[in-house]
Ligand binder design. Structure first.
Ligand code: C5P
Length: 292
C-alpha cells in the first residue's frame, strides 16, 4: 500500500477447468463436482481506495452496486472484522465477463485481499479462504491460484504441483452465459451419474504433474460442455475451427461460452490465435490474488 495515496491494487487471475465432472444437484441447490482448477495469466485488477461509502466502478457490463460480488466481498470482510466497509473498488477487467473463466469470482477474491491490506486486518489465509467460500464456489481458488483439485461445490481445494507451463488460445463469445442456466440445462438432460471424486481426475492430475501438453489434451474433460453447446449451438463451429487450425484439442471453458484451445508451445498458440478474431493467448499456471 502506498502510504501517501492509501491505495491498494491487487492482480487476480482467471481460471480454467482442466477437468470438470458434475454430479447430482444437492438440497442446497449446488452440484457436487470434482474439478481441476488452473489459474492463467489473464488477469483483472481491483484497486481499493478509502471512501465514505462502499462503491464499485468498472467497465460497461460490470455491475456497480450490490449485484457485483466484489461488493459482497467488502461487506463480508468488514462485518467479520467489525469495521465499516468504507472503500471504493475500481475494477479493471481483461477476463471475459460471464465467460466461464470466473472473472466475477476473481474480482471478489481480489477485493478480499485489497480490503484486508487497506484496513490493516492481517486476516489469516485460512480465514480469508473461508470467507471466500461463502461468496461463491470459485472464489477460494482465485485467492490460491496455481493448479488445484476442487471437490464439494468446487471450494474444497488441494494444490497440485506440476512441471512446466501450458499454452492456450481463448476465444470469448460476444454474449455471456449464466452459470445457473448451464447447470439447469445439465439437469434437464436427466439424472447425473454418481457423485464424482478425485479418482475421476487422475489422468488430468498426472498430465499436470508431468507437464505434457499432449497427455493433457487427451485427458481434458468438461461435463458442462454438452449443456453449454445445447444453449449455444454455434460454439460447436468454434471448437471445430480450432481443431482444424491444428489445436491439440479444444473445449468449452467451465460453463462457457469462452472456447479454449490447447497449444504445443507459445509460438503454436500465437499461430492458432490467428484463426480467430478477438482471441487471446494465455498460459498457466499463474499466481493467485496478490498486491501489485
Ligand atoms: O458458487 P457460485 O455462486 O459461483 O455459483 C453460481 C451458480 O452456479 C449457483 O447458483 C448454482 O446454480 C450453480 N452451481 C452449481 N453447483 C456448483 C457450483 C455452481 O449448481 N458446484
Amino acid at each position: 500500500m502506498s502510504a501517501a495515496s492509501r491505495t491498494v491494487r491487487v492482480r487476480v487471475p482467471a481460471k480454467l477447468n482442466l477437468a470438470l465432472r458434475v454430479g447430482p444437484r444437492q438440497v442446497d441447490g449446488y452440484h457436487r463436482v470434482a474439478t481441476v482448477f488452473h489459474a492463467i495469466d489473464r488477469c483483472d485488477y481491483v484497486t481499493a481506495t478509502p471512501s465514505p461509502v462502499l462503491s464499485v466502478s468498472g467497465p460497461p457490463g460490470v455491475p456497480t452496486g450490490p449485484a457485483n460480488l466484489a461488493w459482497h466481498a467488502a461487506t463480508a470482510l468488514a462485518a467479520q472484522a467489525g469495521v465499516e466497509p468504507a472503500v471504493h473498488l475500481a475494477i479493471d477487467k481483461t477476463i471475459p465477463v460471464a465467460g466461464g473463466m470466473a472473472g466475477g469470482s476473481a474480482d471478489a477474491a481480489a477485493t478480499l485481499v485489497a480490503c484486508d491490506a487497506l484496513w490493516g486486518l492481517q486476516t489469516p489465509a485460512g480465514e480469508l479462504e473461508r470467507l471466500a467460500a461463502g461468496l461463491g464456489s470459485d472464489v477460494p481458488f482465485a485467492l490460491r491460484g496455481g493448479t488445484a483439485l476442487g471437490l464439494g461445490r468446487g471450494d474444497e481445494l488441494t494444490t497440485v504441483f506440476g512441471h512446466g507451463r501450458f499454452h492456450w488460445v481463448a476465444v470469448p463469445a460476444a454474449a455471456g452465459l449464466s452459470t445457473p442456466s448451464v447447470y439447469a440445462e445439465f439437469d434437464r438432460a436427466g439424472p447425473a451419474g454418481p457423485e464424482p471424486s478425485a479418482a475421476d481426475l487422475t489422468d488430468v492430475v498426472a498430465a499436470v504433474q508431468s507437464g505434457s501438453a499432449r497427455d493433457l489434451a487427451a485427458a481434458l474433460c468438461n461435463d458442462l460442455q454438452a449443456p453449454a453447446l445445447r444453449l449455444r449451438p454455434e460454439l460447436a463451429g468454434v471448437l471445430a475451427a480450432g481443431r482444424a487450425a491444428g489445436a491439440l484439442t479444444g473445449l468449452v471453458s467451465g460453463s462457457g461460452p469462452t472456447c479454449l484451445f490447447l497449444a504445443a508451445s507459445p509460438d503454436h498458440a500465437f499461430e492458432l490465435a490467428n484463426a480467430f478474431s478477438g482471441a487471446f493467448v494465455t498460459s498457466g499456471p499463474a499466481a493467485g490474488a496478490a498486491i501489485v
